[in-house]
Design a protein around this ligand. Structure first.
Ligand SMILES: [Zn+2]
Length: 125
């Protein structure tokens, strides 16, 4: 990009900030939520199938890898995208704290047997 590393960093920071700003106003416009994930979250290194963190994947040249724990085949970017989605949803759920309040805590949620209709008139047959 730019030979001066500090200048390149400033330019990429400014562009990223502009991009995030555009995402935020568009999200607000369309009544959506933007959830940021920690910069140091190991999205590329974490297997999206089992959660195993593979430190060998820090090498950016390694574009695809098989998880030593579950043998799942991971494409670096696709794996990172899935992990970022999961992490963002996890953070949002924790922040809102509503997901548990909206479910039945493991109780039966299906209606029981269909019952006979109740007569509304009240007159004996
Ligand atoms: Zn795995």
């Amino acid at each position: 990009m730019v030979k001066n590393h500090k200048l390149a960093l400033s330019i990429s920071d400014a562009s990223w900030a502009k991009f995030v700003g555009m995402l935020e106003y568009k999200a607000l416009w369309h009544d959506r939520v933007i959830q940021k994930v920690d910069t140091f979250y190991p999205s590329s290194q974490t297997c999206n199938h089992c959660g195993f963190v593979n430190p060998k994947v820090k090498d950016l040249k390694l574009r695809e890898w098989s998880c030593p724990d579950c043998n799942d085949y991971n494409l670096r970017d696709e794996n990172a995208a899935l992990n970022i989605l999961s992490e963002g949803l996890r953070i949002l759920t924790a922040a809102v704290g509503a997901s548990d309040a909206l479910n039945a805590y493991g109780d039966e949620v299906r209606p029981g047997e269909i019952q006979e209709p109740v007569a509304l008139t009240g007159s004996p047959a």
